[in-house]
Write a protein that binds this ligand. Structure first.
Ligand code: BGC
Length: 748
């Protein structure tokens, strides 16, 4: 046995040596030519890890087979195997015991941090700060790669207009431009400029495509959108990801216009691989090949395997369809072997780019793992990300910030004392209950507060994960909350969702405050109106009552490990909030989808009381619109100037002045409207944003650039049309607060 291992190591090493001077494509082809059909198919197979978190004990009955498959070279990648010890063990089997010694890729959902928990993605997007977002991804990659991981299933680039869908927490909200920018920042952060660096990891743009538009906001549900919507609102972030060298793309679970994405040859082969020239590989979502049978698109698993490989799905995550059926499909002549070869080439190319053939253990340094995961402290960066993500939704009579000498505070709400919820869903290896709670954050400033839970919490199982349950009907804590509220000078109420009330499979039909929290809020308000409401949530909530009655509202999402410190710094004025909403907050669920970049109707105005596009019971506008976010200071906008610097290239400048008495950061936003077009265009489209920090009285010029192509739109064939005519150019502090306007006329 030992002898065989040694021979294999030597043959792998000599193979590696002879490879040095060749191009990656040559190396890939050479290796491919030595592979048996079984080995080729093996590269297309991805298995879930078969160790539990605490040790190498195989958990599943078929784990023996999985080990054996790795040994036979029948597996290309695994997910959820992490930690140098475990990764090395498995990599060793692949490299030293399989015939060709092809290394595995180790994937994991590193979504908003590996060990250091950063804000959940929708919160990160609220910072509108691409450097901060890139840095968080960079640190996530540093930590994950130290633990043996070299591939993350992120960023999620699903634009969504439906906050009922729990996965809005994982995305960057409702706008394709902002989502694209965030995606680019994350890809840069994860991948760096060199995939072969031992501290970079491959990114994965997911879920391709349309997954964020499920009917009725229910996860995994059908998606039925026009090609115009698809090309203009859903696909641009993916196109941007491909243009920025994302290594991999993941299929979406959903049916898109009648065809499941995993079997959608038009989407994956024509658009992604041919038109966009994507050179990386496509992985299915978990079991999504097999699910094509459940959808009623494939007859059975065998047929599903055929449809998926034909459609361009290169790797099978946990469907066992490629593992079990591809060979027969080829032997029977149903599937061409050239399709397999193409998929294998794509996967091997990434493995070569990662440098895994030069050193399959480059992510397996125990000492480095220790240094990074045990001794390196990224709390400063986590705090900065959290601070920038906070959005001040409302601040009447400048109730905030509180004075640092504020006495007699009541803090109410179970989430104020929750050290787990701020870590959010998809928290990788963040340690349970490791976040700084709001109470702990407040304690840094004062001990002059009384705490009451109000709505009692119970620890129970939410899905398969034990967490705090705030979806309770128990009101026995109300009396105590009301008692402390009565005596307080100011009340900080921390309400919202727990960490597993948003995320995958966490759709909600009612997105108000869960459980009895709304009742609690109203009961407290009845005895003392001086309330600062701090929201903790993974999605926009419907809070019309709070919006009307509560004087100050702080959107604090799920901000990661430094949550409580960041919230306290905002409450006590050491940090001036600057976040802006990446997604509209509806007034009611009945308005959904409500989003800023909608089309005009033929009857947008109330020209008479009845026959115009409106609701009888509610305004059309959201409660808080896309791009909204206040500061403790105020800003004035003036002097918009548009110049055509050369044919088809424009700059738009304006002045922003800090008119308040604190230093603050503003995020001016550039919107356009194509006034008349052959396909009706939205009333506003975000085309740029910038950040400007100003001390009191200070004024700075900001500048945006527009190119001809930015004025175009995609037709239903996917063609970019730039049509001459008039464009409104708008600069605002939110999508609903346009402060400057000008006009651009595009000639032929
Ligand atoms: C999710 C993906 C995720 C995968 C692996 C699926 O259920 O939809 O986003 O990457 O699981 O964990």
């Amino acid at each position: 046995m030992k002898k065989i291992v040694i021979i294999m190591v030597i043959s792998t090493m000599s193979f590696a040596c002879s490879q040095k001077s060749k191009s990656i494509d040559e190396k890939v082809n050479e290796l491919l030519s030595r592979m048996t059909l079984d080995e080729k198919i093996g590269q297309l197979v991805q298995y879930n890890g078969f160790w539990d978190a605490t040790g190498p004990v195989p958990q599943e009955s078929n784990s023996k087979r999985k080990y054996n498959d790795v040994r036979q070279g029948l597996v290309g990648s695994v997910l959820n195997v992490y930690g140098v010890e475990q990764v090395r063990k498995l990599q060793e089997i692949a490299v030293t015991q399989s015939r060709l010694g092809i290394p595995l890729i180790f994937g994991m959902d590193v979504i908003h941090g590996y060990k250091t928990a950063f804000p959940v993605p929708i919160a990160e997007a609220a910072s509108w700060n691409m450097q901060t977002i890139e840095q968080a991804a960079r640190i996530s990659a540093t930590e994950a790669s130290a633990a043996g991981i070299n591939w993350t299933f992120a960023p999620m680039l699903d634009v969504s207009r439906d906050p009922r869908w729990g996965r809005v927490m994982e995305g960057a909200g409702e706008d394709p431009y902002l989502t694209a920018q965030v995606g680019i920042a994350k890809i840069k952060g994860f991948q760096g400029t060199d995939l072969s660096h031992s501290q970079t990891i491959a990114a994965c743009a997911k879920h391709f495509a349309g997954y964020g538009f499920p009917i009725a906001g229910r996860d995994y549900n059908t998606v039925d959108v026009s090609k115009v919507t698809l090309f203009n609102d859903i696909l641009p972030p993916f196109k941007a990801a491909v243009e920025n060298n994302v290594a991999t793309v993941m299929n979406a679970f959903n049916v898109l216009n009648g065809v499941p994405c995993t079997g959608n040859s038009w989407l994956v082969r024509d658009v992604l691989k041919n038109t966009w020239n994507f050179k990386g590989f496509v992985v299915s979502d978990w079991g999504s090949i097999m699910e094509m049978a459940t959808h009623g698109y494939a007859q059975d698993r065998y047929h599903a395997a055929q449809l998926a490989i034909e459609a361009g799905c290169d790797m099978d995550m946990e469907s066992y369809a490629y593992r079990n059926d591809l060979k027969t499909l080829i032997e029977k002549g149903v599937v061409k072997e050239s399709l397999i070869d193409d998929a294998v080439r794509r996967i091997l190319r990434i493995k070569f780019e990662m440098g895994l053939f030069d050193n399959p253990y480059k992510y397996c340094d125990k000492e480095h793992e220790k240094v990074i995961l045990q001794n390196t402290d990224y709390s400063k960066e986590a705090l900065q990300s959290a601070l920038e993500a906070i959005v001040l939704l409302k601040n009447e009579q400048s109730l905030l910030p509180l004075s640092k000498n504020q006495k007699n505070i009541a803090v109410i709400g179970a989430l104020a004392n929750d050290k787990d919820t701020p870590l959010g869903n998809w928290r990788a290896q963040a340690v349970k209950n490791s976040a700084v709670s709001v109470l702990e954050g407040i304690s840094v400033y004062t001990n002059d507060y009384v705490y009451a839970q109000g709505a009692l919490v119970h620890t129970n199982a939410a899905g398969f994960i034990h967490t705090v349950n705030i979806n309770t009907t128990d009101k026995s804590g109300f009396a105590q909350a009301i008692a402390v509220a009565k005596k307080a000078d100011v009340i900080i109420m921390v309400l919202g969702e727990n960490c597993f009330q948003s995320g995958e499979a966490r759709s909600r039909s009612d997105i108000g405050l869960p459980g009895v929290q709304q009742e609690l809020l109203e009961a407290v308000y009845a005895v003392n109106r001086n309330i600062v409401l701090v929201l903790m949530n993974g999605r926009p909530l419907t809070i019309p009552w709070a919006g009307e009655h509560i004087p100050a509202i702080v959107e604090a999402w799920q901000l990661g490990q430094q949550s409580g410190n960041a919230i306290a710094q905002v409450l006590f004025g050491d940090y001036n909030p600057q976040g802006k909403l990446p997604m509209s907050f509806p007034r009611s669920v009945g308005q959904i989808p409500v989003y800023y970049n909608h089309l005009n109707t033929g009857r947008p105005e109330g020209f008479n009381k009845v026959f115009w596009s409106h609701y009888m019971d509610i305004e059309n506008t959201p409660l808080y619109s896309f791009g909204h976010g206040l500061s403790y200071t105020t800003f004035a906008y003036s002097n918009i100037v548009l110049k055509e610097t050369k044919k088809g290239e424009y700059t738009i400048t304006a002045h922003i002045t800090n008119t308040g008495n604190r230093t603050g950061t503003e995020t001016p936003q550039l919107y356009i409207r194509d006034v008349v077009a052959s396909v009706v265009r939205p009333v506003k489209e975000l085309k740029g944003f910038t950040k400007v920090t100003l001390s009191p009285g200070e004024s700075k010029q900001i500048e945006f650039k527009l190119q001809r192509a930015d004025l175009g739109f995609y037709t239903e064939t996917g063609k970019l049309n730039v049509e001459p005519g008039d464009f409104e150019i708008m600069i605002g502090s939110s999508s609903s607060t346009i402060l400057l306007n000008t006009k651009l006329t595009l000639t032929e």
